[in-house]
Design a protein around this ligand. Structure first.
Ligand SMILES: Nc1nc2c(ncn2[C@@H]2O[C@H](COP(=O)(O)OP(=O)(O)OP(=O)(O)O)[C@@H](O)[C@H]2O)c(=O)[nH]1
Ligand SMILES: [Mg+2]
Length: 366
Protein backbone atom coordinates (compact mmCIF):
# COMPACT_ATOMS: atom_id res chain seq x y z
CA UNK A 1 0.00 0.00 0.00
CA UNK A 2 1.23 3.50 -0.82
CA UNK A 3 2.11 5.12 2.53
CA UNK A 4 1.37 8.63 1.31
CA UNK A 5 -2.29 7.98 0.53
CA UNK A 6 -4.46 10.42 2.47
CA UNK A 7 -8.15 10.68 3.18
CA UNK A 8 -9.56 13.54 1.05
CA UNK A 9 -12.02 14.40 3.84
CA UNK A 10 -9.68 14.94 6.79
CA UNK A 11 -6.10 14.48 5.54
CA UNK A 12 -5.36 11.44 7.75
CA UNK A 13 -2.90 8.92 6.29
CA UNK A 14 -4.83 5.90 5.10
CA UNK A 15 -4.28 2.60 6.92
CA UNK A 16 -6.23 -0.64 7.21
CA UNK A 17 -4.60 -2.18 10.27
CA UNK A 18 -6.48 -0.59 13.17
CA UNK A 19 -10.13 0.35 12.97
CA UNK A 20 -9.84 2.60 16.06
CA UNK A 21 -7.02 4.73 14.65
CA UNK A 22 -7.42 7.65 12.29
CA UNK A 23 -7.35 7.05 8.54
CA UNK A 24 -8.86 3.56 8.73
CA UNK A 25 -10.29 2.09 5.56
CA UNK A 26 -11.07 -1.64 5.10
CA UNK A 27 -8.54 -3.29 2.73
CA UNK A 28 -11.27 -4.02 0.19
CA UNK A 29 -12.00 -0.30 -0.28
CA UNK A 30 -8.44 0.90 -0.77
CA UNK A 31 -7.91 0.60 -4.52
CA UNK A 32 -9.47 3.91 -5.55
CA UNK A 33 -7.95 7.26 -6.57
CA UNK A 34 -9.80 9.23 -3.94
CA UNK A 35 -10.25 7.60 -0.56
CA UNK A 36 -12.50 8.64 2.30
CA UNK A 37 -11.65 7.17 5.71
CA UNK A 38 -14.25 5.42 7.84
CA UNK A 39 -14.43 8.31 10.34
CA UNK A 40 -15.20 10.83 7.56
CA UNK A 41 -17.70 8.43 6.00
CA UNK A 42 -19.54 8.20 9.32
CA UNK A 43 -19.42 11.97 9.83
CA UNK A 44 -20.59 12.83 6.32
CA UNK A 45 -23.32 10.22 5.98
CA UNK A 46 -24.56 9.57 9.51
CA UNK A 47 -23.34 12.65 11.36
CA UNK A 48 -21.67 10.29 13.81
CA UNK A 49 -18.48 11.29 15.58
CA UNK A 50 -15.64 8.85 16.09
CA UNK A 51 -13.30 10.36 18.71
CA UNK A 52 -9.58 10.57 17.98
CA UNK A 53 -6.66 10.41 20.36
CA UNK A 54 -4.81 13.34 18.79
CA UNK A 55 -3.51 15.92 21.27
CA UNK A 56 -3.09 19.67 21.14
CA UNK A 57 0.61 19.16 20.37
CA UNK A 58 -0.17 17.10 17.27
CA UNK A 59 -2.12 20.07 15.91
CA UNK A 60 0.53 22.59 16.96
CA UNK A 61 3.25 20.58 15.20
CA UNK A 62 1.39 21.06 11.95
CA UNK A 63 1.41 24.83 12.47
CA UNK A 64 5.09 24.83 13.39
CA UNK A 65 6.00 23.46 9.95
CA UNK A 66 4.44 26.55 8.36
CA UNK A 67 6.95 28.85 10.07
CA UNK A 68 9.74 27.11 8.20
CA UNK A 69 8.17 27.84 4.79
CA UNK A 70 7.91 30.93 2.61
CA UNK A 71 4.16 31.17 2.10
CA UNK A 72 0.99 33.21 2.52
CA UNK A 73 -0.88 32.47 5.75
CA UNK A 74 -4.66 32.88 5.59
CA UNK A 75 -5.63 33.35 9.24
CA UNK A 76 -9.29 32.68 9.89
CA UNK A 77 -11.00 34.06 12.96
CA UNK A 78 -14.60 33.73 14.16
CA UNK A 79 -16.56 36.98 14.53
CA UNK A 80 -18.91 35.30 16.99
CA UNK A 81 -16.04 34.35 19.32
CA UNK A 82 -13.17 36.61 18.32
CA UNK A 83 -10.91 36.07 21.36
CA UNK A 84 -11.64 32.35 21.57
CA UNK A 85 -10.59 32.02 17.94
CA UNK A 86 -7.17 33.63 18.30
CA UNK A 87 -4.15 31.34 18.09
CA UNK A 88 -1.87 32.14 21.03
CA UNK A 89 1.59 33.07 19.80
CA UNK A 90 0.59 32.96 16.12
CA UNK A 91 3.50 35.18 15.05
CA UNK A 92 5.97 32.84 16.77
CA UNK A 93 4.52 29.87 14.87
CA UNK A 94 4.34 31.33 11.40
CA UNK A 95 7.53 33.39 11.34
CA UNK A 96 7.80 36.29 8.92
CA UNK A 97 5.16 35.14 6.48
CA UNK A 98 2.45 37.49 5.23
CA UNK A 99 -0.92 37.11 6.94
CA UNK A 100 -4.30 37.66 5.29
CA UNK A 101 -7.08 37.74 7.90
CA UNK A 102 -10.55 36.37 7.15
CA UNK A 103 -13.15 37.26 9.77
CA UNK A 104 -15.69 34.46 9.36
CA UNK A 105 -19.30 33.68 10.36
CA UNK A 106 -20.53 37.18 9.59
CA UNK A 107 -23.97 35.65 8.89
CA UNK A 108 -24.43 35.04 12.64
CA UNK A 109 -24.12 38.70 13.61
CA UNK A 110 -27.16 40.91 12.99
CA UNK A 111 -27.50 42.07 9.38
CA UNK A 112 -27.91 45.66 10.57
CA UNK A 113 -24.22 45.86 11.60
CA UNK A 114 -22.19 47.44 8.82
CA UNK A 115 -19.34 45.46 7.26
CA UNK A 116 -16.97 48.41 7.53
CA UNK A 117 -17.69 48.74 11.23
CA UNK A 118 -16.83 45.07 11.75
CA UNK A 119 -13.68 45.40 9.67
CA UNK A 120 -12.44 48.38 11.69
CA UNK A 121 -13.26 46.59 14.91
CA UNK A 122 -11.23 43.52 13.81
CA UNK A 123 -8.31 45.71 12.69
CA UNK A 124 -8.20 47.42 16.10
CA UNK A 125 -8.24 44.09 17.92
CA UNK A 126 -5.49 42.66 15.68
CA UNK A 127 -3.34 45.69 16.35
CA UNK A 128 -3.49 44.90 20.05
CA UNK A 129 -2.23 41.38 19.26
CA UNK A 130 0.67 42.83 17.25
CA UNK A 131 -0.61 41.28 14.01
CA UNK A 132 -0.11 43.37 10.88
CA UNK A 133 -2.22 41.73 8.18
CA UNK A 134 -1.85 42.43 4.46
CA UNK A 135 -5.63 42.72 4.46
CA UNK A 136 -8.74 41.96 6.54
CA UNK A 137 -11.85 40.63 4.81
CA UNK A 138 -15.22 40.00 6.46
CA UNK A 139 -16.82 36.79 5.22
CA UNK A 140 -19.16 33.89 5.74
CA UNK A 141 -17.82 30.69 4.24
CA UNK A 142 -21.25 29.18 4.64
CA UNK A 143 -22.90 31.93 2.58
CA UNK A 144 -19.99 32.36 0.11
CA UNK A 145 -19.74 36.00 1.16
CA UNK A 146 -17.01 38.10 -0.54
CA UNK A 147 -15.60 34.96 -2.15
CA UNK A 148 -14.32 36.71 -5.30
CA UNK A 149 -12.70 39.41 -3.20
CA UNK A 150 -10.94 36.79 -1.07
CA UNK A 151 -9.88 34.75 -4.08
CA UNK A 152 -8.34 37.84 -5.69
CA UNK A 153 -6.63 38.84 -2.43
CA UNK A 154 -5.11 35.36 -2.06
CA UNK A 155 -3.88 35.35 -5.64
CA UNK A 156 -2.39 38.85 -5.29
CA UNK A 157 -0.66 38.33 -1.96
CA UNK A 158 0.60 34.78 -2.42
CA UNK A 159 3.08 35.86 -5.12
CA UNK A 160 3.43 32.34 -6.46
CA UNK A 161 3.90 30.87 -3.01
CA UNK A 162 1.94 28.16 -1.20
CA UNK A 163 -1.09 29.20 0.85
CA UNK A 164 -1.93 27.79 4.30
CA UNK A 165 -5.37 28.34 5.83
CA UNK A 166 -4.97 28.32 9.63
CA UNK A 167 -7.19 28.96 12.64
CA UNK A 168 -8.51 27.34 15.78
CA UNK A 169 -10.81 24.37 15.40
CA UNK A 170 -14.36 25.10 14.19
CA UNK A 171 -13.71 28.59 12.79
CA UNK A 172 -14.82 27.28 9.40
CA UNK A 173 -11.57 26.72 7.47
CA UNK A 174 -12.76 23.62 5.63
CA UNK A 175 -16.21 25.10 4.93
CA UNK A 176 -14.49 28.11 3.33
CA UNK A 177 -12.12 25.94 1.25
CA UNK A 178 -15.10 23.87 0.10
CA UNK A 179 -16.74 27.13 -1.02
CA UNK A 180 -13.64 27.84 -3.13
CA UNK A 181 -13.65 24.28 -4.51
CA UNK A 182 -17.32 24.46 -5.46
CA UNK A 183 -17.13 27.95 -6.90
CA UNK A 184 -13.86 27.83 -8.83
CA UNK A 185 -13.31 24.13 -9.50
CA UNK A 186 -16.86 22.74 -9.76
CA UNK A 187 -16.05 20.03 -7.22
CA UNK A 188 -19.11 17.92 -6.43
CA UNK A 189 -20.52 17.60 -2.93
CA UNK A 190 -19.39 14.02 -2.38
CA UNK A 191 -15.77 15.00 -3.08
CA UNK A 192 -15.57 17.92 -0.65
CA UNK A 193 -13.55 18.15 2.56
CA UNK A 194 -15.34 16.88 5.68
CA UNK A 195 -16.85 19.61 7.85
CA UNK A 196 -18.76 19.29 11.12
CA UNK A 197 -19.72 21.21 14.24
CA UNK A 198 -17.50 18.89 16.31
CA UNK A 199 -14.08 20.31 17.18
CA UNK A 200 -11.13 18.55 15.53
CA UNK A 201 -12.65 17.52 12.19
CA UNK A 202 -9.62 18.04 9.93
CA UNK A 203 -6.74 15.85 11.13
CA UNK A 204 -3.81 16.62 8.83
CA UNK A 205 -2.78 18.95 6.01
CA UNK A 206 -5.05 18.66 2.96
CA UNK A 207 -3.36 19.76 -0.24
CA UNK A 208 -5.25 21.49 -3.03
CA UNK A 209 -2.98 22.17 -6.03
CA UNK A 210 -3.16 25.74 -7.37
CA UNK A 211 -0.76 25.15 -10.25
CA UNK A 212 2.09 22.76 -11.07
CA UNK A 213 4.32 23.99 -8.27
CA UNK A 214 2.17 25.47 -5.54
CA UNK A 215 -0.81 24.47 -3.44
CA UNK A 216 -3.35 25.75 -0.95
CA UNK A 217 -3.52 23.74 2.29
CA UNK A 218 -6.34 23.18 4.73
CA UNK A 219 -4.88 22.62 8.20
CA UNK A 220 -6.17 20.97 11.36
CA UNK A 221 -7.53 23.59 13.77
CA UNK A 222 -5.74 24.35 17.00
CA UNK A 223 -7.76 23.21 20.02
CA UNK A 224 -8.72 26.01 22.42
CA UNK A 225 -9.93 24.37 25.64
CA UNK A 226 -11.38 27.60 27.00
CA UNK A 227 -14.28 27.50 24.51
CA UNK A 228 -17.64 26.16 25.67
CA UNK A 229 -17.81 23.66 22.77
CA UNK A 230 -15.23 21.47 24.46
CA UNK A 231 -17.39 20.93 27.54
CA UNK A 232 -20.65 20.18 25.80
CA UNK A 233 -21.99 16.77 24.92
CA UNK A 234 -21.67 16.16 21.15
CA UNK A 235 -25.45 16.04 20.75
CA UNK A 236 -25.82 19.50 22.38
CA UNK A 237 -23.20 21.39 20.35
CA UNK A 238 -25.44 22.14 17.38
CA UNK A 239 -28.19 23.72 19.46
CA UNK A 240 -25.88 25.72 21.74
CA UNK A 241 -23.76 27.21 18.93
CA UNK A 242 -25.85 29.62 16.87
CA UNK A 243 -26.48 28.37 13.34
CA UNK A 244 -28.17 31.49 11.99
CA UNK A 245 -28.51 35.21 12.65
CA UNK A 246 -28.56 36.02 16.35
CA UNK A 247 -31.74 37.48 17.72
CA UNK A 248 -30.79 39.99 20.41
CA UNK A 249 -32.74 39.74 23.65
CA UNK A 250 -33.01 42.93 25.68
CA UNK A 251 -33.18 43.01 29.48
CA UNK A 252 -33.46 46.05 31.73
CA UNK A 253 -31.81 44.91 34.94
CA UNK A 254 -31.66 46.43 38.40
CA UNK A 255 -28.92 45.52 40.82
CA UNK A 256 -29.35 42.16 42.58
CA UNK A 257 -30.87 40.61 39.48
CA UNK A 258 -29.46 37.58 37.69
CA UNK A 259 -29.57 36.05 34.22
CA UNK A 260 -28.95 32.34 33.54
CA UNK A 261 -27.87 31.34 30.04
CA UNK A 262 -29.19 27.82 29.53
CA UNK A 263 -27.65 27.00 32.89
CA UNK A 264 -24.22 27.11 31.23
CA UNK A 265 -23.33 30.56 32.53
CA UNK A 266 -24.76 33.19 34.85
CA UNK A 267 -24.57 36.95 35.18
CA UNK A 268 -25.26 38.75 38.47
CA UNK A 269 -25.78 42.49 38.32
CA UNK A 270 -24.24 43.34 41.71
CA UNK A 271 -24.00 47.13 41.86
CA UNK A 272 -25.35 49.91 39.64
CA UNK A 273 -28.38 51.83 38.49
CA UNK A 274 -30.90 50.25 36.13
CA UNK A 275 -28.99 49.27 32.97
CA UNK A 276 -29.53 47.76 29.55
CA UNK A 277 -28.31 44.19 28.87
CA UNK A 278 -28.58 42.85 25.31
CA UNK A 279 -27.92 39.12 25.06
CA UNK A 280 -26.60 37.56 21.83
CA UNK A 281 -26.93 33.77 22.09
CA UNK A 282 -28.30 30.83 20.12
CA UNK A 283 -32.09 30.93 19.75
CA UNK A 284 -32.26 27.55 21.48
CA UNK A 285 -30.57 28.76 24.63
CA UNK A 286 -33.12 29.67 27.28
CA UNK A 287 -32.33 32.84 29.20
CA UNK A 288 -33.78 32.87 32.66
CA UNK A 289 -34.09 36.00 34.78
CA UNK A 290 -34.34 35.87 38.55
CA UNK A 291 -33.40 37.62 41.79
CA UNK A 292 -29.76 37.03 42.72
CA UNK A 293 -30.89 35.99 46.17
CA UNK A 294 -32.83 33.05 44.72
CA UNK A 295 -30.36 32.18 41.98
CA UNK A 296 -28.20 29.54 43.73
CA UNK A 297 -31.22 27.60 44.85
CA UNK A 298 -32.70 27.67 41.37
CA UNK A 299 -29.56 26.18 39.93
CA UNK A 300 -29.10 23.55 42.60
CA UNK A 301 -32.67 22.34 42.13
CA UNK A 302 -31.74 22.02 38.44
CA UNK A 303 -34.45 24.43 37.38
CA UNK A 304 -32.16 26.71 35.47
CA UNK A 305 -30.27 23.86 33.81
CA UNK A 306 -30.93 23.19 30.19
CA UNK A 307 -27.71 21.56 29.06
CA UNK A 308 -25.55 19.36 31.23
CA UNK A 309 -21.86 19.75 31.83
CA UNK A 310 -20.11 16.74 33.23
CA UNK A 311 -18.86 17.21 36.76
CA UNK A 312 -20.96 20.29 37.59
CA UNK A 313 -23.81 19.51 39.93
CA UNK A 314 -23.72 22.49 42.22
CA UNK A 315 -23.35 26.22 41.56
CA UNK A 316 -20.26 26.41 43.82
CA UNK A 317 -18.42 24.35 41.20
CA UNK A 318 -18.70 27.23 38.73
CA UNK A 319 -15.89 29.75 38.66
CA UNK A 320 -16.65 33.36 39.45
CA UNK A 321 -15.24 36.55 37.88
CA UNK A 322 -16.02 40.17 38.73
CA UNK A 323 -16.01 43.05 36.26
CA UNK A 324 -16.21 46.80 36.86
CA UNK A 325 -18.44 48.22 34.15
CA UNK A 326 -17.28 51.32 32.31
CA UNK A 327 -19.72 54.17 31.87
CA UNK A 328 -21.08 53.57 28.35
CA UNK A 329 -21.10 50.37 26.30
CA UNK A 330 -19.08 47.17 26.58
CA UNK A 331 -19.37 43.45 25.80
CA UNK A 332 -18.99 40.55 28.17
CA UNK A 333 -18.02 37.48 26.15
CA UNK A 334 -18.40 33.86 27.23
CA UNK A 335 -16.10 32.01 24.88
CA UNK A 336 -17.99 29.93 22.33
CA UNK A 337 -21.37 30.56 23.96
CA UNK A 338 -22.29 34.18 23.25
CA UNK A 339 -21.97 37.73 24.47
CA UNK A 340 -23.88 40.44 26.31
CA UNK A 341 -23.68 44.10 25.38
CA UNK A 342 -24.12 46.23 28.49
CA UNK A 343 -24.98 49.94 28.44
CA UNK A 344 -24.69 51.46 31.89
CA UNK A 345 -23.43 54.36 33.97
CA UNK A 346 -20.87 52.06 35.54
CA UNK A 347 -21.35 49.37 38.16
CA UNK A 348 -20.25 45.86 38.95
CA UNK A 349 -21.22 42.44 37.61
CA UNK A 350 -20.23 38.91 38.53
CA UNK A 351 -20.01 36.10 35.98
CA UNK A 352 -20.24 32.41 36.84
CA UNK A 353 -18.99 29.93 34.25
CA UNK A 354 -17.66 26.35 34.25
CA UNK A 355 -13.96 26.11 35.18
CA UNK A 356 -11.52 26.77 32.29
CA UNK A 357 -14.11 28.65 30.22
CA UNK A 358 -12.88 32.12 29.45
CA UNK A 359 -14.96 35.23 30.13
CA UNK A 360 -13.76 38.68 29.20
CA UNK A 361 -14.80 42.27 28.79
CA UNK A 362 -14.12 44.00 25.48
CA UNK A 363 -15.03 46.98 23.30
CA UNK A 364 -18.59 46.42 22.08
CA UNK A 365 -18.67 44.82 18.61
CA UNK A 366 -22.20 45.98 17.77
N1 LIG B 1 -22.91 30.28 10.73
C1 LIG B 1 -21.81 29.87 10.13
N2 LIG B 1 -21.31 28.67 10.43
C2 LIG B 1 -20.19 28.28 9.79
C3 LIG B 1 -19.53 29.08 8.82
N3 LIG B 1 -18.44 28.42 8.38
C4 LIG B 1 -18.43 27.24 9.05
N4 LIG B 1 -19.48 27.15 9.88
C5 LIG B 1 -19.84 26.03 10.78
O1 LIG B 1 -18.79 25.86 11.72
C6 LIG B 1 -18.59 24.48 12.00
C7 LIG B 1 -17.14 24.11 11.76
O2 LIG B 1 -16.85 24.20 10.38
P1 LIG B 1 -15.55 23.54 9.73
O3 LIG B 1 -15.44 24.05 8.34
O4 LIG B 1 -15.56 22.06 9.92
O5 LIG B 1 -14.41 24.19 10.66
P2 LIG B 1 -12.83 23.96 10.63
O6 LIG B 1 -12.20 25.27 10.94
O7 LIG B 1 -12.41 23.30 9.38
O8 LIG B 1 -12.65 22.97 11.89
P3 LIG B 1 -11.47 21.90 12.18
O9 LIG B 1 -11.33 21.02 10.98
O10 LIG B 1 -11.96 21.18 13.40
O11 LIG B 1 -10.23 22.70 12.46
C8 LIG B 1 -19.58 23.72 11.11
O12 LIG B 1 -20.71 23.42 11.90
C9 LIG B 1 -19.91 24.72 10.02
O13 LIG B 1 -21.19 24.53 9.47
C10 LIG B 1 -20.09 30.36 8.52
O14 LIG B 1 -19.61 31.15 7.71
N5 LIG B 1 -21.22 30.70 9.22
MG1 LIG C 1 -11.49 21.52 9.03
Amino acid sequence: MNKEMKCFGCGAIIQSENEKHIGYVPKSAINKDKILCQRCFQLKNYHKLQQTTLTKDDFLNCLQQIGEKDCLVVYMIDLFDYNGSLIQGLIRHIGHNDVLVLANKRDILPKSVKERKLEHWVRRQLKEEGIKPVDVIITSGKKHMNLDLIYDAIMTHRQNRDVYVVGVTNVGKSTFINALLKHYADVENQNLITVSEFPGTTLNLIEIPLDEKTSLYDTPGIINDSQMTHLLKPQDIKSVIPQSELRPMVFQLNSDQTLYFGGLARLDYCVGEQANFVAYFSKNLKIHRTKTQKADDLYNRHQALQYEIEGIEDITQMKSYEFQLPSGKCDIVISGLGFITISSHGGKIRMLVPPHISVLMREAII
